[in-house]
Design a protein around this ligand. Structure first.
Ligand SMILES: Cc1cc2nc3c(=O)[nH]c(=O)nc-3n(C[C@H](O)[C@H](O)[C@H](O)COP(=O)(O)OP(=O)(O)OC[C@H]3O[C@@H](n4cnc5c(N)ncnc54)[C@H](O)[C@@H]3O)c2cc1C
Length: 427
Protein backbone atom coordinates (compact mmCIF):
# COMPACT_ATOMS: atom_id res chain seq x y z
CA UNK A 1 0.00 0.00 0.00
CA UNK A 2 1.24 3.51 -0.76
CA UNK A 3 1.68 5.36 2.55
CA UNK A 4 2.19 8.70 0.91
CA UNK A 5 -0.95 10.36 -0.51
CA UNK A 6 0.99 12.45 -3.01
CA UNK A 7 2.76 9.40 -4.35
CA UNK A 8 -0.62 7.66 -4.60
CA UNK A 9 -1.90 10.69 -6.56
CA UNK A 10 1.05 10.43 -8.95
CA UNK A 11 0.32 6.70 -9.39
CA UNK A 12 -3.28 7.68 -10.21
CA UNK A 13 -2.08 10.32 -12.72
CA UNK A 14 0.14 7.72 -14.37
CA UNK A 15 -2.93 5.53 -14.84
CA UNK A 16 -4.86 8.53 -16.17
CA UNK A 17 -2.12 9.37 -18.68
CA UNK A 18 -2.64 5.95 -20.25
CA UNK A 19 -6.34 6.61 -21.00
CA UNK A 20 -5.67 8.26 -24.40
CA UNK A 21 -3.47 5.29 -25.23
CA UNK A 22 -6.20 2.80 -24.31
CA UNK A 23 -8.66 4.86 -26.35
CA UNK A 24 -6.47 4.13 -29.41
CA UNK A 25 -7.94 0.61 -29.47
CA UNK A 26 -11.13 2.22 -30.80
CA UNK A 27 -9.06 3.51 -33.74
CA UNK A 28 -7.65 0.10 -34.66
CA UNK A 29 -9.17 0.19 -38.14
CA UNK A 30 -6.74 3.01 -39.06
CA UNK A 31 -3.94 0.48 -38.72
CA UNK A 32 -5.62 -2.41 -40.46
CA UNK A 33 -7.07 -4.15 -37.42
CA UNK A 34 -6.52 -4.91 -33.76
CA UNK A 35 -3.42 -7.05 -34.25
CA UNK A 36 -1.44 -4.27 -35.96
CA UNK A 37 -2.84 -1.58 -33.67
CA UNK A 38 -1.86 -3.54 -30.55
CA UNK A 39 1.80 -3.51 -31.61
CA UNK A 40 1.74 0.28 -31.86
CA UNK A 41 -0.29 0.77 -28.69
CA UNK A 42 2.15 -1.36 -26.68
CA UNK A 43 5.00 0.86 -27.83
CA UNK A 44 3.11 4.07 -27.00
CA UNK A 45 1.99 2.79 -23.57
CA UNK A 46 5.56 1.67 -22.80
CA UNK A 47 6.94 5.06 -23.85
CA UNK A 48 4.42 6.88 -21.60
CA UNK A 49 5.51 4.74 -18.64
CA UNK A 50 9.14 5.44 -19.51
CA UNK A 51 8.47 9.16 -19.60
CA UNK A 52 7.04 8.99 -16.07
CA UNK A 53 9.85 6.77 -14.91
CA UNK A 54 12.39 9.20 -16.34
CA UNK A 55 10.75 12.18 -14.61
CA UNK A 56 10.39 10.45 -11.26
CA UNK A 57 14.04 9.39 -11.31
CA UNK A 58 15.08 13.04 -11.22
CA UNK A 59 15.36 14.42 -7.69
CA UNK A 60 14.74 17.99 -8.75
CA UNK A 61 11.31 16.98 -10.05
CA UNK A 62 10.31 14.45 -7.42
CA UNK A 63 11.13 17.05 -4.75
CA UNK A 64 8.16 19.11 -5.93
CA UNK A 65 5.85 16.14 -5.51
CA UNK A 66 7.01 14.94 -2.12
CA UNK A 67 10.09 14.85 0.09
CA UNK A 68 9.52 11.11 0.37
CA UNK A 69 12.22 10.31 -2.15
CA UNK A 70 12.25 6.65 -1.15
CA UNK A 71 8.53 6.24 -1.99
CA UNK A 72 9.06 8.02 -5.31
CA UNK A 73 12.01 5.77 -6.09
CA UNK A 74 9.85 2.72 -5.38
CA UNK A 75 7.35 3.95 -7.96
CA UNK A 76 10.24 4.72 -10.35
CA UNK A 77 11.56 1.16 -9.94
CA UNK A 78 8.10 -0.36 -10.36
CA UNK A 79 7.59 1.53 -13.62
CA UNK A 80 11.05 0.50 -14.75
CA UNK A 81 10.38 -3.15 -14.10
CA UNK A 82 6.87 -3.46 -15.53
CA UNK A 83 6.19 -0.34 -17.65
CA UNK A 84 9.34 -0.55 -19.74
CA UNK A 85 8.49 -4.18 -20.43
CA UNK A 86 5.62 -2.97 -22.65
CA UNK A 87 8.08 -0.92 -24.70
CA UNK A 88 10.25 -4.04 -25.04
CA UNK A 89 7.34 -6.22 -26.17
CA UNK A 90 6.49 -3.68 -28.89
CA UNK A 91 9.36 -4.60 -31.29
CA UNK A 92 8.66 -8.34 -30.89
CA UNK A 93 5.01 -7.74 -31.75
CA UNK A 94 5.93 -5.59 -34.73
CA UNK A 95 8.43 -8.02 -36.25
CA UNK A 96 5.81 -10.74 -35.85
CA UNK A 97 3.33 -8.50 -37.69
CA UNK A 98 5.83 -7.84 -40.46
CA UNK A 99 6.97 -11.50 -40.45
CA UNK A 100 10.56 -10.29 -40.50
CA UNK A 101 12.50 -11.33 -37.36
CA UNK A 102 15.74 -9.86 -38.68
CA UNK A 103 14.14 -6.45 -38.26
CA UNK A 104 14.48 -6.81 -34.50
CA UNK A 105 18.21 -6.09 -34.58
CA UNK A 106 19.58 -5.98 -38.13
CA UNK A 107 19.56 -2.55 -39.78
CA UNK A 108 17.87 -2.30 -43.17
CA UNK A 109 18.38 1.06 -44.82
CA UNK A 110 16.52 0.48 -48.08
CA UNK A 111 13.74 3.02 -47.43
CA UNK A 112 13.21 6.03 -45.17
CA UNK A 113 10.80 3.94 -43.11
CA UNK A 114 13.49 1.36 -42.36
CA UNK A 115 16.01 4.09 -41.56
CA UNK A 116 13.64 5.30 -38.86
CA UNK A 117 13.22 1.74 -37.60
CA UNK A 118 16.93 2.00 -36.81
CA UNK A 119 16.18 4.42 -33.94
CA UNK A 120 13.74 1.85 -32.56
CA UNK A 121 16.37 -0.87 -32.84
CA UNK A 122 18.90 1.30 -31.00
CA UNK A 123 16.40 2.05 -28.23
CA UNK A 124 15.51 -1.64 -28.02
CA UNK A 125 19.15 -2.66 -27.50
CA UNK A 126 19.82 0.00 -24.85
CA UNK A 127 16.53 -0.52 -22.99
CA UNK A 128 16.98 -4.30 -23.00
CA UNK A 129 20.43 -3.88 -21.47
CA UNK A 130 19.15 -1.47 -18.80
CA UNK A 131 16.12 -3.62 -18.06
CA UNK A 132 18.05 -6.89 -17.76
CA UNK A 133 20.64 -5.33 -15.45
CA UNK A 134 18.14 -3.38 -13.33
CA UNK A 135 15.14 -5.67 -13.13
CA UNK A 136 16.90 -9.04 -13.12
CA UNK A 137 20.50 -8.62 -11.98
CA UNK A 138 20.58 -5.44 -9.89
CA UNK A 139 21.65 -7.29 -6.74
CA UNK A 140 24.43 -9.10 -8.64
CA UNK A 141 26.24 -6.08 -10.03
CA UNK A 142 28.02 -3.27 -8.24
CA UNK A 143 26.43 0.13 -7.81
CA UNK A 144 28.63 2.19 -10.13
CA UNK A 145 28.59 -0.03 -13.27
CA UNK A 146 24.82 -0.28 -12.83
CA UNK A 147 24.49 3.51 -12.40
CA UNK A 148 26.53 4.35 -15.50
CA UNK A 149 24.61 1.85 -17.62
CA UNK A 150 21.41 3.37 -16.23
CA UNK A 151 22.39 6.71 -17.79
CA UNK A 152 21.94 5.09 -21.23
CA UNK A 153 18.26 5.82 -20.68
CA UNK A 154 18.91 9.35 -22.00
CA UNK A 155 19.95 8.30 -25.54
CA UNK A 156 17.36 5.49 -25.39
CA UNK A 157 14.53 7.94 -24.66
CA UNK A 158 15.75 10.28 -27.40
CA UNK A 159 15.69 7.37 -29.87
CA UNK A 160 12.20 6.36 -28.72
CA UNK A 161 10.96 9.87 -29.51
CA UNK A 162 12.75 10.02 -32.88
CA UNK A 163 11.44 6.58 -33.85
CA UNK A 164 7.85 7.15 -32.73
CA UNK A 165 7.58 10.68 -34.14
CA UNK A 166 8.88 9.56 -37.53
CA UNK A 167 6.87 6.39 -38.11
CA UNK A 168 4.23 6.14 -35.39
CA UNK A 169 1.04 6.02 -37.44
CA UNK A 170 -1.29 6.93 -34.57
CA UNK A 171 0.96 9.77 -33.45
CA UNK A 172 1.13 11.26 -36.92
CA UNK A 173 -2.49 10.88 -37.95
CA UNK A 174 -4.51 11.70 -34.83
CA UNK A 175 -4.04 15.43 -34.00
CA UNK A 176 -4.78 14.95 -30.26
CA UNK A 177 -2.13 12.24 -30.02
CA UNK A 178 0.35 14.38 -31.92
CA UNK A 179 -0.17 17.17 -29.39
CA UNK A 180 0.14 14.72 -26.50
CA UNK A 181 3.41 13.38 -27.89
CA UNK A 182 4.80 16.86 -28.49
CA UNK A 183 4.10 17.66 -24.85
CA UNK A 184 6.00 14.56 -23.68
CA UNK A 185 8.87 15.37 -26.03
CA UNK A 186 9.04 19.00 -24.90
CA UNK A 187 9.14 18.10 -21.20
CA UNK A 188 11.81 15.49 -21.93
CA UNK A 189 13.96 18.14 -23.67
CA UNK A 190 13.48 20.65 -20.82
CA UNK A 191 14.49 18.03 -18.25
CA UNK A 192 17.58 17.05 -20.25
CA UNK A 193 18.62 20.71 -20.43
CA UNK A 194 18.09 21.03 -16.67
CA UNK A 195 20.15 17.88 -16.05
CA UNK A 196 23.02 19.30 -18.09
CA UNK A 197 22.85 22.57 -16.14
CA UNK A 198 22.71 20.53 -12.93
CA UNK A 199 26.00 18.86 -13.91
CA UNK A 200 27.45 22.35 -13.56
CA UNK A 201 25.84 22.61 -10.09
CA UNK A 202 22.90 24.80 -11.05
CA UNK A 203 20.27 24.24 -8.37
CA UNK A 204 22.78 23.06 -5.77
CA UNK A 205 23.69 25.01 -2.65
CA UNK A 206 27.36 25.72 -1.92
CA UNK A 207 28.73 25.04 1.56
CA UNK A 208 32.16 25.22 3.11
CA UNK A 209 33.62 22.69 5.56
CA UNK A 210 33.68 24.42 8.91
CA UNK A 211 34.59 21.62 11.30
CA UNK A 212 35.77 18.03 11.04
CA UNK A 213 35.98 15.61 13.94
CA UNK A 214 37.22 12.05 13.69
CA UNK A 215 35.40 9.43 15.78
CA UNK A 216 36.02 5.69 16.09
CA UNK A 217 35.12 3.02 13.49
CA UNK A 218 35.92 5.23 10.48
CA UNK A 219 33.23 7.76 11.38
CA UNK A 220 33.85 11.45 10.83
CA UNK A 221 31.57 14.30 11.86
CA UNK A 222 31.51 17.07 9.25
CA UNK A 223 29.94 20.48 9.81
CA UNK A 224 29.37 22.66 6.75
CA UNK A 225 28.40 26.33 6.71
CA UNK A 226 26.35 27.87 3.88
CA UNK A 227 28.04 30.02 1.24
CA UNK A 228 25.34 30.16 -1.44
CA UNK A 229 21.79 28.91 -0.81
CA UNK A 230 20.57 27.04 2.25
CA UNK A 231 19.21 23.59 2.87
CA UNK A 232 16.55 23.83 5.54
CA UNK A 233 16.52 20.31 6.77
CA UNK A 234 13.94 18.79 9.07
CA UNK A 235 14.85 16.06 11.53
CA UNK A 236 15.92 12.83 9.82
CA UNK A 237 16.09 14.25 6.30
CA UNK A 238 19.06 13.74 4.01
CA UNK A 239 20.98 15.72 1.44
CA UNK A 240 23.28 14.79 -1.44
CA UNK A 241 26.90 15.85 -1.03
CA UNK A 242 29.12 16.54 -4.02
CA UNK A 243 32.67 17.17 -2.80
CA UNK A 244 34.03 18.84 -5.96
CA UNK A 245 32.64 20.86 -8.88
CA UNK A 246 32.49 17.70 -11.01
CA UNK A 247 32.06 14.63 -8.83
CA UNK A 248 29.52 12.01 -7.83
CA UNK A 249 26.86 13.10 -5.33
CA UNK A 250 25.91 10.68 -2.54
CA UNK A 251 23.11 10.86 0.07
CA UNK A 252 23.78 11.46 3.77
CA UNK A 253 21.45 12.17 6.67
CA UNK A 254 21.61 15.64 8.14
CA UNK A 255 22.42 14.80 11.73
CA UNK A 256 22.04 18.34 13.01
CA UNK A 257 20.70 21.50 11.45
CA UNK A 258 21.60 24.82 13.04
CA UNK A 259 18.65 27.05 12.14
CA UNK A 260 20.40 30.28 13.07
CA UNK A 261 23.62 29.86 11.11
CA UNK A 262 22.31 27.38 8.57
CA UNK A 263 25.12 24.92 9.38
CA UNK A 264 24.58 21.26 8.55
CA UNK A 265 26.28 18.43 10.41
CA UNK A 266 26.71 14.93 9.00
CA UNK A 267 28.09 11.76 10.59
CA UNK A 268 29.73 9.76 7.82
CA UNK A 269 31.34 6.35 7.92
CA UNK A 270 34.11 5.66 5.39
CA UNK A 271 33.09 2.49 3.56
CA UNK A 272 34.22 2.97 -0.04
CA UNK A 273 35.75 5.27 -2.67
CA UNK A 274 33.37 8.19 -2.16
CA UNK A 275 33.34 8.30 1.62
CA UNK A 276 37.14 7.81 1.69
CA UNK A 277 37.45 10.78 -0.63
CA UNK A 278 35.26 12.86 1.71
CA UNK A 279 37.75 12.15 4.48
CA UNK A 280 40.33 14.09 2.49
CA UNK A 281 38.27 17.30 2.75
CA UNK A 282 39.96 19.95 4.85
CA UNK A 283 38.41 22.88 6.71
CA UNK A 284 37.55 25.63 4.20
CA UNK A 285 36.90 23.25 1.27
CA UNK A 286 33.79 23.89 -0.81
CA UNK A 287 31.10 21.25 -1.37
CA UNK A 288 27.86 21.27 -3.40
CA UNK A 289 24.67 20.06 -1.75
CA UNK A 290 21.13 19.37 -2.82
CA UNK A 291 18.16 18.50 -0.67
CA UNK A 292 16.57 18.06 1.74
CA UNK A 293 14.82 14.78 1.01
CA UNK A 294 13.13 12.15 3.12
CA UNK A 295 10.33 11.79 5.62
CA UNK A 296 11.73 8.91 7.64
CA UNK A 297 11.14 10.14 11.20
CA UNK A 298 8.10 12.38 10.58
CA UNK A 299 5.79 10.14 12.64
CA UNK A 300 8.30 10.19 15.50
CA UNK A 301 8.37 13.95 15.86
CA UNK A 302 5.95 14.14 18.78
CA UNK A 303 5.84 12.89 22.34
CA UNK A 304 3.77 9.84 21.40
CA UNK A 305 5.42 6.51 22.35
CA UNK A 306 8.16 5.41 20.00
CA UNK A 307 10.86 2.78 19.88
CA UNK A 308 14.07 3.41 17.99
CA UNK A 309 16.53 0.78 16.73
CA UNK A 310 19.85 2.07 15.40
CA UNK A 311 22.70 -0.07 14.10
CA UNK A 312 26.16 1.53 13.74
CA UNK A 313 26.12 4.60 11.50
CA UNK A 314 22.32 4.15 11.26
CA UNK A 315 22.23 6.39 14.34
CA UNK A 316 22.41 9.61 12.29
CA UNK A 317 18.64 10.09 11.65
CA UNK A 318 17.98 9.78 15.40
CA UNK A 319 20.50 12.19 16.93
CA UNK A 320 18.30 15.28 16.65
CA UNK A 321 15.09 13.27 17.08
CA UNK A 322 16.12 12.07 20.54
CA UNK A 323 17.30 15.53 21.54
CA UNK A 324 14.03 17.21 20.50
CA UNK A 325 11.45 14.45 20.92
CA UNK A 326 13.13 12.01 23.30
CA UNK A 327 11.58 12.02 26.75
CA UNK A 328 9.94 9.36 28.87
CA UNK A 329 7.94 7.73 26.11
CA UNK A 330 10.93 6.91 23.90
CA UNK A 331 12.83 3.64 24.09
CA UNK A 332 16.05 3.32 22.16
CA UNK A 333 18.28 0.38 21.22
CA UNK A 334 21.70 1.17 19.78
CA UNK A 335 23.66 -1.76 18.34
CA UNK A 336 27.42 -1.63 17.83
CA UNK A 337 30.34 -4.04 17.71
CA UNK A 338 32.13 -2.33 20.62
CA UNK A 339 30.94 0.30 23.07
CA UNK A 340 33.46 2.85 21.85
CA UNK A 341 31.65 2.95 18.47
CA UNK A 342 28.41 4.17 20.07
CA UNK A 343 28.79 7.84 19.16
CA UNK A 344 26.71 10.32 21.22
CA UNK A 345 26.00 7.54 23.71
CA UNK A 346 26.35 9.83 26.73
CA UNK A 347 23.83 12.31 25.31
CA UNK A 348 21.30 9.53 24.65
CA UNK A 349 21.78 8.06 28.13
CA UNK A 350 21.28 11.44 29.72
CA UNK A 351 18.12 12.08 27.71
CA UNK A 352 16.51 8.64 27.93
CA UNK A 353 18.06 7.23 31.12
CA UNK A 354 16.96 3.60 31.60
CA UNK A 355 15.08 3.67 28.29
CA UNK A 356 18.41 3.71 26.46
CA UNK A 357 19.83 0.23 25.81
CA UNK A 358 23.14 -0.65 24.14
CA UNK A 359 23.58 -3.90 22.24
CA UNK A 360 27.25 -4.78 21.93
CA UNK A 361 28.21 -7.78 19.83
CA UNK A 362 32.02 -8.10 20.04
CA UNK A 363 32.96 -7.01 23.54
CA UNK A 364 32.15 -8.15 27.07
CA UNK A 365 30.68 -5.30 29.12
CA UNK A 366 28.96 -5.79 32.49
CA UNK A 367 25.93 -3.53 32.75
CA UNK A 368 22.24 -4.42 32.97
CA UNK A 369 21.44 -1.86 30.28
CA UNK A 370 23.99 -3.32 27.90
CA UNK A 371 22.94 -6.41 26.00
CA UNK A 372 25.73 -8.73 24.95
CA UNK A 373 25.04 -9.90 21.43
CA UNK A 374 22.18 -9.13 19.11
CA UNK A 375 18.77 -7.58 19.66
CA UNK A 376 16.44 -10.57 19.59
CA UNK A 377 12.70 -11.00 20.03
CA UNK A 378 13.30 -11.89 23.71
CA UNK A 379 15.39 -8.76 24.26
CA UNK A 380 12.69 -6.57 22.73
CA UNK A 381 10.00 -8.24 24.86
CA UNK A 382 12.08 -7.64 27.98
CA UNK A 383 12.50 -3.89 27.43
CA UNK A 384 9.41 -2.86 25.46
CA UNK A 385 6.08 -2.96 27.33
CA UNK A 386 3.07 -4.61 25.69
CA UNK A 387 1.15 -1.35 25.19
CA UNK A 388 4.15 -0.02 23.20
CA UNK A 389 4.13 -3.16 21.06
CA UNK A 390 0.44 -2.49 20.45
CA UNK A 391 0.48 1.26 19.84
CA UNK A 392 3.95 2.83 19.50
CA UNK A 393 5.73 3.73 16.26
CA UNK A 394 8.97 1.84 15.53
CA UNK A 395 11.95 3.31 13.67
CA UNK A 396 14.76 1.19 12.22
CA UNK A 397 18.02 2.28 10.61
CA UNK A 398 21.20 0.27 10.21
CA UNK A 399 22.79 -2.45 8.06
CA UNK A 400 20.22 -4.39 5.97
CA UNK A 401 20.59 -7.71 7.92
CA UNK A 402 20.10 -5.81 11.20
CA UNK A 403 16.93 -4.13 9.93
CA UNK A 404 15.57 -7.37 8.50
CA UNK A 405 16.13 -9.20 11.82
CA UNK A 406 14.45 -6.46 13.88
CA UNK A 407 11.53 -6.24 11.45
CA UNK A 408 10.94 -10.00 11.71
CA UNK A 409 11.20 -9.89 15.51
CA UNK A 410 8.74 -6.99 15.75
CA UNK A 411 6.20 -8.58 13.45
CA UNK A 412 6.50 -11.84 15.41
CA UNK A 413 5.73 -9.85 18.56
CA UNK A 414 2.53 -8.61 16.94
CA UNK A 415 3.67 -5.11 15.89
CA UNK A 416 1.68 -3.90 12.89
CA UNK A 417 3.82 -3.42 9.75
CA UNK A 418 2.13 -0.04 9.32
CA UNK A 419 3.81 1.13 12.52
CA UNK A 420 7.32 0.15 11.41
CA UNK A 421 9.34 2.83 9.60
CA UNK A 422 12.76 2.05 8.20
CA UNK A 423 15.45 3.84 6.23
CA UNK A 424 17.93 1.93 4.12
CA UNK A 425 21.35 3.49 3.57
CA UNK A 426 21.41 2.37 -0.06
CA UNK A 427 18.91 3.49 -2.71
C1 LIG B 1 18.89 8.08 2.60
C2 LIG B 1 20.32 7.74 2.92
C3 LIG B 1 20.94 8.30 4.01
C4 LIG B 1 22.25 7.98 4.32
N1 LIG B 1 22.84 8.53 5.42
C5 LIG B 1 24.11 8.20 5.74
C6 LIG B 1 24.73 8.76 6.90
O1 LIG B 1 24.15 9.56 7.63
N2 LIG B 1 26.01 8.38 7.16
C7 LIG B 1 26.69 7.49 6.38
O2 LIG B 1 27.85 7.19 6.67
N3 LIG B 1 26.11 6.94 5.28
C8 LIG B 1 24.85 7.27 4.94
N4 LIG B 1 24.28 6.73 3.82
C9 LIG B 1 25.04 5.75 3.03
C10 LIG B 1 26.01 6.45 2.10
O3 LIG B 1 25.30 7.17 1.10
C11 LIG B 1 26.88 5.39 1.42
O4 LIG B 1 27.60 4.71 2.42
C12 LIG B 1 27.87 6.01 0.48
O5 LIG B 1 27.20 6.56 -0.62
C13 LIG B 1 28.83 4.93 0.02
O6 LIG B 1 29.63 5.37 -1.05
P1 LIG B 1 31.13 4.83 -1.19
O7 LIG B 1 31.62 5.13 -2.54
O8 LIG B 1 31.95 5.36 -0.07
O9 LIG B 1 31.00 3.29 -0.95
P2 LIG B 1 30.61 2.15 -1.99
O10 LIG B 1 31.13 0.90 -1.41
O11 LIG B 1 31.03 2.46 -3.36
O12 LIG B 1 29.03 2.17 -1.92
C14 LIG B 1 28.40 1.38 -0.98
C15 LIG B 1 26.89 1.42 -1.26
O13 LIG B 1 26.41 2.75 -1.10
C16 LIG B 1 25.33 2.98 -2.00
N5 LIG B 1 25.62 4.12 -2.88
C17 LIG B 1 26.75 4.40 -3.51
N6 LIG B 1 26.61 5.50 -4.24
C18 LIG B 1 25.37 5.94 -4.06
C19 LIG B 1 24.62 7.03 -4.57
N7 LIG B 1 25.15 7.92 -5.40
N8 LIG B 1 23.33 7.13 -4.19
C20 LIG B 1 22.78 6.23 -3.35
N9 LIG B 1 23.43 5.18 -2.84
C21 LIG B 1 24.71 5.04 -3.18
C22 LIG B 1 25.16 1.74 -2.82
O14 LIG B 1 24.13 0.95 -2.24
C23 LIG B 1 26.50 1.05 -2.69
O15 LIG B 1 26.40 -0.32 -2.87
C24 LIG B 1 22.97 7.06 3.50
C25 LIG B 1 22.35 6.51 2.38
C26 LIG B 1 21.05 6.84 2.09
C27 LIG B 1 20.40 6.25 0.89
Amino acid sequence: MLRNKRVATVAFLIGLSQLPVIWLFTQSSKLGGIQYATGNILGIAGAVFMWWQFLLGIRFISRFITRDYVAILKLHKFLGKYGVLLALIHPFWQVYNYSDWKLLLLPKLTTEFYSNVLFGQGAFVLLSLIWILSALFRSKIRFRPWLYIHYLVYPAMAMVFLHSRAIGTFLNTIPGMELYWNFLLLTFCVVVIYRIANLFNLGRAIYRLNRKETKSDGITIYTFMPVRGRIQSKIGQFAYIRPRFFAEAHPFTVMKYDRERGNLTFGIKAVGPFTNQLEKLTVGDKVYLDGPYGVFTTEGQSNAPKVVFAGGIGITPFVELIKRFGGKRTIMFYANKVLENAIFREEFKQELQTNYIDAISQEKVKDKLIIEGRITQEVIKKFVPQDYLDHANFFLCGPPPFMAAIQIALVSLGVSKEKIYSEEFGL
